[in-house]
Write a protein that binds this ligand. Structure first.
Ligand code: KIV
Ligand code: ZN
Length: 391
């Protein structure tokens, strides 16, 4: 892995699947894992094996099938969880156990009723135990976003001492500001003894809509793994969206950070996940929403028809969308109408366009969107129809 390569850790099948009512069966999970492997993700978090027999079986089947990516199973810092995860992962070419514990004062006091020292001890023991099964062990400090940096550094040191290869710093509640989260990663990079033995990983939730910004700040400040889900799905407001962080890094080459993702597969896999889970993707969703490359106002359409780059920073083909869409509405201008009319077979002169455009506006005021069929109707109803088709 080059110094500037950012590993993509996909958790669609674990954290993503925690969306209420969106449980996937093993076949659906295997199909998604196969596509994630083809997409080029570095790690697939396949499930939480101890949580249910179904999840255990999914991790087993995914471990058997995946050829390129590391396959990871989540555990709590509990011996039985770790043992069960190791068992579920035994067929994986590259297995990883992801274990950890809450480190914020709120988790220590309310969830564990323990002391800070006891949490460090449990973290050390969990990583050591996981290491007795697999070489690759990732440690998560749950609620790291609200854990004070000094204490967090001590927890990370213990995990490294026990053999952790990756340190996950989750903003579990989506609380941090990008500047705070970036500073946290920088602090750990500069203050944790032995940090060169492990990769820092960012895992951000979207409660304040900041998951993508926080993840990017994290990698700018030294993290080299991003944990994310397709379409940003996940419990509450979801996780960092894989397609967003990957495209941010691709569209900003001066950051000198890249991923192994084949971005042309992003739209297809987004649709697969949305169909399998029965979760509709909002039309204005960045990168993969139905309107991400659709232009409907006259000024924008005129610009895009002259040169796509006037209003688009991404070539839609780069993310697997065939082309930009010029959507005809009452806000559209003559340029857009002429452009779409030409696509459906009518080359209009300037005078003809004036006549057809006024009919188009009457139609568009009644309908939300003018489709190709409507263009045929508008032209057929115009007194210039014969002239237009015989040209
Ligand atoms: O958000 C979180 O803290 C998590 C951990 C269990 C990794 O998902
Ligand atoms: Zn999470």
């Amino acid at each position: 892995m080059s110094k500037n390569n950012v590993q993509i850790f996909d958790t669609t099948l674990r954290d993503g699947e925690q969306v209420p009512g969106c449980k996937l069966n093993t076949d659906q999970k295997v199909r998604i894992a196969q596509r994630l492997d083809g997409l080029g993700v570095d790690v697939i978090e396949a499930g939480f094996p101890v949580s249910s027999p179904g999840d255990f079986q999914s991790v087993v089947e995914i471990s058997k099938m995946v050829q390129n990516a590391t396959v990871c199973g989540l555990t709590r810092a509990v011996e039985n969880d770790i043992k069960v995860a190791a068992d579920a992962l035994k067929h994986a070419v590259k297995p990883r156990i992801h274990t950890g514990i809450g480190t914020s004062d709120s988790h220590i006091k309310h969830k564990f009723k323990a002391s800070r020292e006891q949490i460090i001890e449990r973290a050390f023991k969990a990583v050591s135990y996981a290491k007795s099964f697999v070489e690759d062990v990732e440690f998560y400090a749950e609620d790291a976003g609200r854990t004070d940096n000094d204490y967090l550094a001590r927890v990370c040191e213990a995990a490294i001492k026990a053999g952790a290869t990756v340190l996950n710093i989750p903003d579990t509640t989506g609380y941090c500001l990008p500047s705070e989260y970036g500073a946290k990663i920088k602090y750990l990079k500069e203050n944790v003894k032995g940090i060169d033995k492990a990769i820092l990983s960012v895992h951000c939730h979207n409660d304040l809509g900041l998951a993508t910004a926080n993840s990017i700040e994290g990698v700018i400040n030294g993290a080299r793994q991003i944990e994310c889900t397709i379409n940003g799905i996940g419990e509450r407001a979801g996780n960092t969206a894989l397609e967003e962080v990957v495209m941010v890094l691709k569209q900003h080459p001066y950051l000198d950070l890249d991923t192994n993702i084949d971005t042309r597969q992003l739209f297809g896999i987004s649709q697969l996940v949305s169909d399998s889970m029965g979760i509709y993707t909002q039309p204005n969703k960045a990168i993969v929403g139905a309107n991400a490359f659709a232009h409907s106002s006259g000024i924008h359409q005129d610009g895009v028809i002259k040169n796509r780059a006037t209003y688009e920073i991404i070539d839609p083909k780069d993310v697997g969308v065939t082309e930009s869409a010029i959507v005809l509405t009452a806000r559209s201008g003559r340029a857009a109408l002429a452009y779409r009319a030409k696509i459906v077979g009518y080359e209009l002169t300037k005078l003809q366009l004036d006549v057809v455009y006024s009919k188009f506006l009457e139609f568009a005021d009644r309908k939300k969107e003018i489709k190709d069929d409507d263009i045929h109707q508008i032209i057929e109803k115009s007194h210039l129809y014969r002239e237009i088709i015989s040209a």
